[in-house]
Design a protein around this ligand. Structure first.
Ligand SMILES: Cc1cc2nc3c(=O)[nH]c(=O)nc-3n(C[C@H](O)[C@H](O)[C@H](O)COP(=O)(O)OP(=O)(O)OC[C@H]3O[C@@H](n4cnc5c(N)ncnc54)[C@H](O)[C@@H]3O)c2cc1C
Length: 404
């Protein structure tokens, strides 16, 4: 089976941070995506000394539908990011339009306004705001291993080919869903979650007008979301199941061509669309979780803790909610109100309470979406009973922000 190249893991080792050495931090966060940036700002806002570390150089393009659900916007507001993001001119999205296996399209209004914005711009804005709050950010920096010490952790980080040691009272894993993760025994190790047949690809397009909807195209072997990404650009992001694809391609444009060949509606939609150079990205494998994994020696947030099927469009809101929950419990640990084991218990309870329901329903939808008959039945049922469609969508969403 041919492998898609994980373009997200190939960023150059550019060092963007000026920092060369760190005094002992309150918290080191491994991974500066949505979850890590959210947590860094939340803890820096509380006056904590935070170091946010990422192996990539930013800004960078990232595999994502770039659909910020109404829940995501709510949490971004709670965390104080929304005004800065608004200045980037996100597109407003009001409905989902579903095209599945040749059925007539079905439009489902969203429970509120969502935003479409490229991760290239979004993640950079989150970094800027986290820095303004006082967090230090080291990009082009990989955490290769860590060990527990009497009063915290020592992390071995590699930047520009040189190894440094960073000490922190607490460490949080926000390293996303795949790849190699730092081990407590001093080694780098593979993500221990089971393998997955899924991969994700994305690319921006010009010359295709996407109004205020996210369009979802389901076909044999996967689905693709087409959404406005701001500034007149459309983002196409696909999740593909390698089990349903013989002679799997390797390049992003070939995977997108394969999606078009399996969905005539998508093919018509992208006629005349022009790829925007340099925006393509791929990630493999994409692991979907049946249950959250909130703790593995240290607290985990974002996709490292729970990855919901992308068709729910809720991965970023879950990443941000996990950051919010972690900030609250980390603060209680840092000020001595909780022991480490009490922190684990407290955080795990909060995560299971928030994510178990959406993960269960999201996985059910993912199974139905991959097969023509269940997908057609679900669409017919939702068309005849619009309330059922809305309920199903609601079941995959997060509940309201907990009072913290
Ligand atoms: C095809 C597809 C479409 C999607 N569409 C949507 C959508 O429309 N809406 C939505 O809400 N969600 C969507 N998602 C999900 C969403 O992208 C993720 O849930 C979200 O990016 C998770 O954020 P995160 O911060 O946990 O991880 P990431 O954003 O992946 O960040 C993790 C970071 O950790 C860094 N890292 C990893 N290991 C190390 C290390 N050892 N040292 C230092 N740094 C490290 C990585 O470089 C990376 O930058 C989609 C996902 C896929 C696959």
């Amino acid at each position: 089976m041919s492998e898609v190249k994980d373009s997200e893991s190939k960023a150059s080792e550019v060092i963007e941070s000026d920092a060369t050495s760190y005094e002992t931090m309150d918290v080191a966060i491994i991974g500066a995506g949505i979850a890590g940036s959210g947590l860094a700002k939340a803890l820096a806002d509380r006056g904590r000394k935070v170091l946010l570390i990422d192996r990539k150089a930013f800004p960078r393009h990232k595999v994502c539908g770039e659909f910020l659900s109404p829940e995501s916007i709510g949490i971004l507001s709670d965390l104080g990011f929304a005004p800065a993001i608004r200045t980037l001119g996100p597109a407003e999205i009001r409905a989902t339009r579903i095209h599945a296996f040749g059925s007539a399209p079905l439009r489902i209004p969203l429970p509120g306004v969502a935003w479409g914005l490229s991760r290239h711009a979004l993640d950079e804005a989150l970094h800027r705001e986290a820095r303004l709050a006082g967090a230090e950010i080291a990009t082009g920096t990989t955490v290769v291993s860590m060990r527990r010490e009497a009063d915290g952790y020592a992390l071995n980080i590699v930047r520009g080919g040189r190894t440094h040691v960073v000490r922190a009272r607490a460490v949080v894993g926000a390293w996303g869903g795949g790849g190699r993760v730092p081990d407590m025994t001093g080694e780098e190790r593979k993500n221990k979650h089971p393998g997955s047949p899924y991969l994700g690809v994305k690319m921006h397009f010009a010359g295709v007008e996407v109004a205020d909807e996210v369009e979802l195209y389901f076909f044999e072997g996967g689905y693709l979301g087409l959404s406005p990404a701001g500034n007149g650009i459309a983002n196409a992001a696909a999740m593909l199941d390698r089990r349903a694809i013989r002679n799997a391609p390797t390049a992003v444009h070939e995977w997108l061509a394969l999606a078009r060949s399996r969905s005539p509606a998508l093919d018509r939609r992208l006629t005349g669309a022009r790829p925007v150079p340099g925006t393509q990205a791929a990630v493999a494998p994409v692991r979907l979780y049946a249950k959250p994994v909130p703790w593995d020696g240290i607290p985990l947030i974002g996709d490292a803790c729970a990855t919901i099927p992308p068709l729910c469009g809720d991965g970023m809101s879950m990443a941000l909610r996990a950051a919010q929950l972690c900030a609250t419990s980390a603060e209680r640990y840092l000020c001595g109100a909780l022991s480490l084991s009490e922190w684990e218990e407290d955080f795990a309870r909060a995560i299971h309470g928030a994510f178990s329901g959406p993960l269960r329903w999201g996985n059910l939808l993912q199974r139905a979406a991959g097969r023509p008959l269940p997908a057609r039945i679900a669409l017919t049922a939702a068309r005849c009973m619009p309330a059922l469609g809305r309920r199903l969508v609601r079941a995959t969403r997060l509940g309201p922000t907990p009072q913290v």
